[in-house]
Design a protein around this ligand. Sequence first.
Ligand code: FAD
Length: 564
Amino acid sequence: MKNYYTDNPALKFQLSHPVMEKIVALKERQYRDYKQYDDAPENFEDAIDNYNRVLEIVGEISAEVLALNAAEVDNEGPKIVNNEIIYAEGTQKDHEALKNAGLYGMSLPRAYSGLNFAYVPFVMAAEIVSRGDTAFANIWGLQDCAETLHEFASEEIKQEFLPRINQGDTCSMDLTEPDAGSDLQAVQLKATWDENANCWRLNGVKRFITNADADIKLVLARSEEGTADGRGLSYFVYDRKHKAVTIRRIENKLGIKGSPTGELVFNNAPAQLVGERRLGLIKYVMSLMNGARLGVAAQAVGLSEAAYREAHSYALQREQFGKKIVQFPQVYEMIANIRAKTDASRALLYETTRFVDIYKALIFIAQERPLTLDEKNEMKQYQKFADVFTPLLKLFATEYCNQNCYEAIQIFGGSGYMKDYPMERMYRDARITNIYEGTSQLQVIAAIRGVGNGLFLSKIKEYEGVEIDSKLIHLKEKLMIMTAQYLTSVAKFETTSEEYDFHARRMVEMAGYIILGYLLLIDACRCDSFRNSAEIFIAYGQAENSRSAAFIHNFDTGLIEKYR
Ligand SMILES: Cc1cc2nc3c(=O)[nH]c(=O)nc-3n(C[C@H](O)[C@H](O)[C@H](O)COP(=O)(O)OP(=O)(O)OC[C@H]3O[C@@H](n4cnc5c(N)ncnc54)[C@H](O)[C@@H]3O)c2cc1C
């Protein structure tokens, strides 16, 4: 039987990262659930065994159910029948398979019928599911909406909604509107307090909503009359049982066709407030989106992995000019680049997830007892890193996913363009990853803070301090040269100048190539199998950074006018 977890040793490698012991102890609160719940681990080894067991099930379902249904689902898509969305038959089977295996509500505490998984194995499951079917990864992955309810909702709301996730209830995050896309401060959907019914009422339109007909909807709405910015927005939970939302249409789109994207009208829909008024966008949606960005990055890495395997196995068997095409330098270079970019994205995915795991666990611990000063500092520190690493990750993983699928089609030649092979679908599916949950441009706007406040540099210096295998020391030397080049480029601008914004992407990418390079190098020191990718990626990153540095160095400020 095929298994997308056990056939990919890079995943177990990430699970064996030295920081996992700390993460699991925090998540399991020193294993206090052990006596209360049958499935709770007794110690670290037990927890890892448990993660392995569950991920093996995810791996098997992804390979044996999701991947086999994916083409049919892509072809059939969902439809609207009597204001309800009916999934494609394959999607229904996928959903049942994961629900029956207890794979919804993975990160929720056991008290809410969850598995209490740390984010690292949860994100890993998302990567594996996406490798099986990227469209289905949305339907399954939106379970992480439950995380924001868990963090910010009242106990009453948690009791009402969270145990339902494990039963397979689906979720959606309803943020975007026709005039509020990247700029969510412009959201207009109205929330008014209904004194008689003792609830909030939602009225207005949302568009481009994934899982449009979800059982549990998290909705961003304007609760404060007369306001026009983010401070007038609050966050609500709506239950599908009220049947007060009309599905205007399902979008006919380029890719992820199995994932229903809909336009909705809220008609006096009853809803409950989550957390405090006015903090909807500023606090809750920011947290929700950071989690979702991690999910999209995992989706992108899973798809890159799938593209690599498709392209590699095709190149091994296709012959031209009397040779396997994998023997041609231009082809094996493309394959090696896909491998290196996938490995680099994955290294950043799990590094970022480890930051999130630590600070989130401390946030939840702080709800149970006061944190010590050291714990408070640690929480703040990891949160700061997560806040700049998350957009960096989303930018790199999703742009690489697009590049990887593009190159994979190239390796297939004309056959890649045909629906006879899965690459055609994967290529279409990749295109959304750098658009939703904030376009790449918006990720740059978030990540540039890490350039300006020196957070990226402080991590780079930390990585520089890690002991490196003497056989790989030449790679560290390259990364140090790249760091000096990055600092010279950044020093050229005032952070408040238009030039700084103009070159923001170049500077973020320069920092990114160094960070990803170090992560791969450190991985290569722990495991030989990453050596090739580290060598290839750092050579590639060095060339890319030199190009950016030269562009910045030679750039005449007056040129900006010409671009306008
Ligand atoms: C298939 C699909 C599923 C989706 N699912 C959901 C969902 O479940 N829930 C939800 O709420 N939304 C969802 N969305 C919406 C998605 O998040 C938005 O489409 C996305 O955030 C971009 O917004 P927009 O489409 O309005 O583009 P715009 O915001 O109009 O952007 C257009 C262009 O301008 C650029 N741009 C905008 N502002 C800036 C800036 N300040 N600086 C530089 N460039 C800028 C953008 O990068 C982009 O290139 C989905 C969209 C799609 C296509």
